[in-house]
Design a protein around this ligand. Structure first.
Ligand SMILES: *[C@@H]1O[C@H](CO)[C@@H](O)[C@H](O)[C@H]1NC(C)=O
Ligand SMILES: *[C@@H]1O[C@H](CO)[C@@H](O)[C@H](O)[C@H]1NC(C)=O
Ligand SMILES: *[C@@H]1O[C@H](CO)[C@@H](O)[C@H](O)[C@H]1NC(C)=O
Ligand SMILES: *[C@@H]1O[C@H](CO)[C@@H](O)[C@H](O)[C@H]1NC(C)=O
Ligand SMILES: *[C@@H]1O[C@H](CO)[C@@H](O)[C@H](O)[C@H]1NC(C)=O
Ligand SMILES: *[C@@H]1O[C@H](CO)[C@@H](O)[C@H](O)[C@H]1NC(C)=O
Ligand SMILES: *[C@@H]1O[C@H](CO)[C@@H](O)[C@H](O)[C@H]1NC(C)=O
Ligand SMILES: *[C@@H]1O[C@H](CO)[C@@H](O)[C@H](O)[C@H]1NC(C)=O
Length: 575
């Protein structure tokens, strides 16, 4: 006899919640979005993010190559009172989507998410966070700690039926020089998609790009090309072209659109508005949701409900739970109320269109890696094994990312032979190195956490110094841990690391499903091959032009900055 189980209860509750859900499931077919009744879906959105604190002279700031980065964030979905008040305004705005940039995965978002759902509003949520919670622009890497943060964000929001898309990054590439971050973004798409699959989530995966220099087009094609497992479903561009009483042609929208005509994923304006002329008329809304643009674009998200630090708010205060709406709001509401994108093409004809595009090396400025050259998947089990068995000298647990960066710089310089001690073999083992310069594969520890990487350098240094206690002090930042059970020399350290990666081979499925390993393959754990990027550096015209609350995304992991300096030096030495 069938007994009533927790699973039945769960099924019943999810049935109930889907009955009360006002939002229909959204699917991507080729480059269009459709709801479950087969009607074309357009994002009519607004950015919903209170700005954090921006400190332009902070270490975080310079670690980002000067890109504006708040040093904290406010979780707008966790403030239920503010959320409920905003929903009243969202109804007036006639939107169906909000874009939130920073979510604290330890907080409960149930009330806000359910209220949004009842109001028919979807959510696009970033998995990245400001400071060190995002792929670093200046020296990119995709590692265990970032990946686990992304998974925690997904776990927190995945069960809400109105969660439309997880956005894996906002404006990570902001100039030609950091196009080398692109393969790391794509690797984060790969792991995010695999994880969503493993938890049966049908949420879309998106990225939000700047509308910047020559890289903008290349990046769009690169992140949407190739296998569905590695390409984004929904590509966003933050477009601030239409200002004042403009039109489709003279705003530049028409010419801009031509660049993306061959895109195979859904495309939307992940931010739009005008960031120069003070009075925003929002007449672009009519164009965006018309047949002029609907064959390519699936709507957009107006910037911004709360004012950013530079303004551009649809409300007048950034604090308090019930801010006043302003004339901007009224004008946008009027436009959005009229906007209704054409219900074409039909879902049947969209199914006929190709859903993937082959990755080709773009003829232009950047020669990006193809999928075969993506950075390896982070391997948490192998990194944990290394953490537990290899390092005699370790950083104290409470040290900030900035201190970790400085110490790594110091230790790697010593190990690399540039320092006064000229010991060791450098920091090759921890290098991410999918850069334009390097021909070498990424180091074996390239996907482990910043702490693991630092502990590698500290322990190598300590052993090369003959295990003198003074050489594991680092101004009071490091301690000796259980050293008798740890490798005693540089060579033994390398062997112990290799052993961890042999006994815990890369097994994406196992890692993602968090199931016991059944893999026994002796595959080489460093994985990946170096990319053949070799772009010329072309400066972007709009880079740094806009400072918004949205521009929260960069990691501060200063270690990567300093490390990249060291590695660049190696690159030059090798050549
Ligand atoms: C989150 O809040 C909701 C509504 O207040 C509550 O029902 C639920 O149990 C909470 N979830 C957790 C994990 O605390
Ligand atoms: C960012 O740094 C904090 C410590 O300051 C750490 O707890 C957190 O895990 C780091 N996040 C990532 C993704 O590395
Ligand atoms: C996902 O769905 C499959 C098939 O319906 C089911 O066997 C599996 O347990 C589900 N996994 C999760 C994490 O819910
Ligand atoms: C809210 O913002 C205003 C204007 O920026 C400021 O004067 C006021 O002190 C703030 N109030 C709170 C509670 O933060
Ligand atoms: C799909 O493509 C096939 C073959 O090209 C064509 O015969 C059919 O009419 C198309 N269907 C739609 C709905 O466009
Ligand atoms: C730790 O390292 C940082 C950076 O090198 C240094 O400024 C600091 O004095 C060290 N000691 C402590 C206890 O933070
Ligand atoms: C993961 O699982 C899928 C299907 O279960 C399989 O096709 C794929 O080869 C697996 N990938 C790895 C890396 O084991
Ligand atoms: C990994 O590759 C290195 C260098 O090519 C090689 O020396 C080593 O034996 C390989 N390890 C395994 C487990 O295949």
């Amino acid at each position: 006899m069938h007994k009533f189980t927790i699973l039945d209860l769960w099924a019943f509750v999810s049935l109930l919640s889907s009955v009360f859900s006002k939002t229909l499931p959204i699917q991507r077919i080729g480059r269009y979005l459709y709801d479950s009744t087969g009607v074309r879906f357009y994002i009519k959105g607004v950015a919903f993010q209170k700005p954090g604190t921006l400190n332009p002279s902070s270490a975080e700031h310079s670690a980002n190559g000067g890109f504006p980065e708040p040093s904290n964030f406010i979780d707008s979905l966790a403030d239920t009172a503010a959320c409920l008040n905003a929903i009243k305004n969202f109804k007036q705005l006639a939107i169906n989507t909000i874009r939130v940039y920073s979510i604290d995965p330890t907080k409960n978002h149930t009330e806000c998410m359910n209220a949004l759902d009842e109001a028919g509003i979807y959510v696009i949520a970033d998995t990245s966070l400001p400071l060190n919670g995002s792929i670093n622009r200046a020296s990119p890497s995709w590692d265990v700690s970032l990946m686990e943060q992304y998974f925690r964000q997904i776990d927190n929001l995945k069960s809400f039926p109105n969660l439309l898309a997880f956005n894996v990054g906002n404006e990570i590439v902001t100039k030609q020089e950091n196009m080398n971050a692109a393969p790391f973004i794509k690797a984060s798409v790969r792991e995010t998609k695999a994880y969503l699959k493993s938890v049966n989530s049908s949420a879309l995966v998106s990225y939000a790009s700047t509308d910047g220099g020559g890289y903008t087009i290349d990046l769009a094609y690169y992140l949407t090309c190739g296998e569905p497992d590695t390409s984004v479903d929904l590509y966003g561009i933050n477009v601030y072209r239409w200002c004042g009483d403009s039109n489709y042609q003279s705003s530049g929208y028409a010419a801009f659109k031509d660049n993306f005509q061959a895109l195979s994923s859904a495309l939307y304006m992940s931010e739009f508005g005008c960031d120069t002329a003070p009075k925003r008329l929002w007449t672009e809304v009519e164009a965006i949701y018309s047949s002029l643009m609907s064959d390519l674009w699936s709507g957009g998200s107006a910037f911004s409900y709360y004012p950013s630090l530079q303004g551009f708010g649809l409300t007048t205060t950034s604090n308090g739970s019930d801010p006043q709406t302003n004339d901007d709001f009224t004008r946008l509401a009027k436009q959005y109320s009229k906007a209704k994108g054409p219900n074409s093409p039909t879902i049947a004809s969209a199914k006929n269109l190709s859903t993937t595009s082959t990755c080709t090396k773009t003829p232009g400025r950047v020669r990006l890696a193809t999928d075969a050259n993506l950075p390896p998947a982070p391997n948490p089990d192998a990194c944990t094994c290394v953490d537990n068995t290899v390092f005699a000298c370790q950083v104290r647990p409470d040290r900030s990312p900035a201190i970790i960066g400085e110490l790594l710089d110091f230790a790697c310089v010593q190990l690399g032979g540039d320092g006064i001690y000229k010991v060791g073999k450098g920091c090759d083992a921890i290098a991410s190195r999918l850069t334009t310069r390097s021909k070498d594969p990424p180091g074996i520890l390239s996907t482990c956490s910043p702490q693991t990487k630092l502990n590698y350098a500290l322990s190598q240094y300590y052993r090369y110094q003959g295990s003198s206690p003074l050489s594991c002090d680092f101004y009071g930042n490091a301690t000796i841990e259980n050293e008798n059970n740890k490798p005693k020399s540089g060579a033994e350290i390398e062997q112990a690391i290799a052993k961890c990666f042999q006994t815990h081979p890369p097994a994406l499925n196992r890692t993602l499903a968090r199931q016991p390993s059944s893999a026994t393959s002796g595959k080489n754990s460093t994985g990946g091959t170096p990319s053949k990027t070799g772009g010329k550096q072309i400066s972007s015209s709009r880079e740094g032009a806009k400072i918004s609350a949205a521009n929260h995304d960069c990691a501060i992991q200063q270690l990567y900055i300093t490390l990249s300096v060291v590695l660049s030096a190696y690159g030059m030495l090798i050549k």
